[in-house]
Design a protein around this ligand. Sequence first.
Ligand code: ZN
Length: 180
Amino acid sequence: MKVLRLGDPSLRRQAEPVQEVNDEIRALIAEMFIDLGREHGVGLAAPQVGRSLRLFIVKVDDNIERVFINPQIIGTSQEMLLHEEGCLSIPKIWEKILRPSKVTVQAFNERGRPFTLEADGILARVIQHEYDHLNGILFIDRAKPEVREKVEAAFAEKARKAAERAARSQEAEKTGRKKG
Ligand code: ZN
């Protein structure tokens, strides 16, 4: 599946709860892990692949494949940590973002079983980042407003240029056809 980029309205939607953890959902999860591996990411949320569902996957340095379906963050630490973040939907941008250092999350796994997880370190960071995706929030929203504006403008410009290139090549194709 294609990972959507900043500017795609799907990334800004409030995702819908998963109604039933069935084979279709498990197939989606399997595909998402393939995408995550290909993109060398540590986390991926369903809205990033155009599925507006409350579900994300995480695979950090311990290589454990973690699945969070209909997650809820039920606790966060008082202690906050500033740490660099990136996002597969916003390539090549890294910003230091302030977040609680620990979280407690409740969710369902790929077999539909509920679990509670207390996380710290990189895992806590990734869980919060992916959880935000389910609410249409991107990490740049948590950066300084001027940083967010700059990144959004740069991606809008990139999208404009790509559309221009696509229009030009379409035009060239038409011209070519006439000649041929
Ligand atoms: Zn992300």
